[in-house]
Design a protein around this ligand. Structure first.
Ligand code: NAD
Ligand code: UD1
Length: 337
């Protein structure tokens, strides 16, 4: 299938482009390089032997999108393009609402104009808000989001649901990612955060290569086995495979469909630190700090629906992810150039 991948040079998008190529699909990438480098395209080619068609466009630009659709006529869209930094979304909410909502609205309008009826959207477990219990099921209500980034995901889910109700030929597959970590095992593709990483794994990896002196653990007084926060970390290679599996949901019944993409297992901050040390033979010095505002104690997915309806199951371990994140960090100490 020919698939437009917006944000296809980013962390998850680039890995998904590889997975699509190896399962026989033809990805076409649209990315404005806001948070990625053009060098990623060459790395995709090195790994797959294929250089996908690439359009350097802003996905909210309807004219540019129409030109792309005219030339490429994609049958489906996987929509990764968006801003994702939670803290930045609090200080720059308008920028976040504009980019995340406008890219989606422009895409939906262009899809309608060109008769493209399938969209897969990158949502986040953040839409559940503070869990009342775990695991989190797709049938649980969207909760109260704690930041503008999370709210854009919640709003876009609603937009997609409403669009599917109004246009009976549209299918929207909403994928709620838990915590993506890891990198391609070659060390050629991975997460390349700008500035000080906000997320745990990139921070640990930078401590491991001596770029930062110690990890700051946000709270050890949560109601968890060791007091640190528990999350469902999923290897990005597994997550990419989840998108290939999600294409199955485009066959048959139309409408909006929601799937969690996680492992179904929770890992604490300290467990992740120790797994990283063991997998890579390094020491990660850390200090305990106050809790980070907005953090929840425990968060992990029910993965039953993805298995039942898509036959999908994550297969890589936390140790695999620790090894691959470290390898990527070692090979790209200053990110992808
Ligand atoms: P990323 O920043 O690495 O990739 C996003 C890509 O979109 C970048 O290459 C960026 O240049 C591009 N982009 C942004 N705005 C654009 C625009 N207007 N036009 C064209 N391209 C644009 O992020 P990622 O980690 O790969 O995340 C991909 C998607 O998954 C995002 O929507 C994100 O919110 C969502 N998500 C990510 C995580 C995570 O932890 N990484 C978790 C849940 C959901
Ligand atoms: C965060 C976002 C979420 C987003 C996800 C993936 C918040 C509240 N949530 O999730 O919306 O979808 O990233 O991008 O920001 N930790 C430390 N030290 C650090 C960094 C993190 O102890 O330097 C701890 C956190 O307190 C948490 C765990 O590690 O317990 C995971 O944190 P992080 O990687 O930032 O992901 P989330 O907060 O789960």
């Amino acid at each position: 299938m020919k698939i437009l991948v917006t944000g296809g040079l980013g962390f998850i998008g680039s890995e998904t482009v590889l997975a699509l190529i190896s399962s026989g699909h033809t990805p076409v990438i649209a990315d404005n390089l806001y948070n990625s480098k053009i060098g990623v395209l060459g790395r995709i080619e090195t790994l797959s032997g294929v250089r996908p068609a690439f359009y350097r466009i802003d996905v909210s630009d309807k004219k540019a999108l129409a030109d792309l659709f005219e030339k490429e006529r994609p049958e489906a869209v996987i929509h990764f393009a968006g801003y994702k930094a939670v803290g930045e979304s609090v200080s720059k909410p308008i920028m976040y609402y504009r980019n995340n909502l406008m890219t989606t609205l422009s895409l939906l309008e262009t899809m309608e104009e060109f008769g493209c009826e399938n969209i897969v959207f990158s949502s986040s477990a953040t839409v559940y808000g503070t869990p009342k219990r775990v695991p989190l099921y797709e049938t649980d209500k969207r909760g109260e989001t704690t930041n503008p980034y999370g709210e854009t995901k919640s709003m876009i889910e609603r937009i997609l649901e409403d669009a599917c109700k109004a246009f009976s030929s549209l299918t929207a597959v909403i994928l709620r990612y838990f915590n993506p970590i890891g990198a391609h095992p070659s060390g050629l593709l991975g997460e390349d955060p700008r500035g000080i990483p906000n997320n745990l794994m990139p921070y640990i990896a930078q401590v491991a290569i001596g770029k930062r002196d110690k990890l700051h653990i946000f709270g050890n007084d949560y109601d968890t086995a060791d007091g640190t926060g528990v999350r469902d970390y999923i290897h990005v290679v597994d997550l990419a495979e989840g998108h290939v599996a999600a294409l199955k949901a485009l066959d048959g019944k139309k409408g909006a469909k929601v799937f969690n993409l996680g492992t179904g297992r929770g890992t604490s901050v300290l467990e992740l630190v120790h797994a990283f040390e063991k997998a890579n033979g390094v020491k990660i010095p850390y200090v305990i700090e106050d809790r980070r505002p907005g953090d929840v104690a425990v968060n992990y997915a029910s993965v039953e629906k993805a298995y039942r309806e898509l036959g999908y199951k994550a297969r890589l371990t936390i140790e695999d992810a620790c090894r691959d994140s470290y390898n990527f960090q070692l090979k790209n100490p200053d990110g992808i150039i």
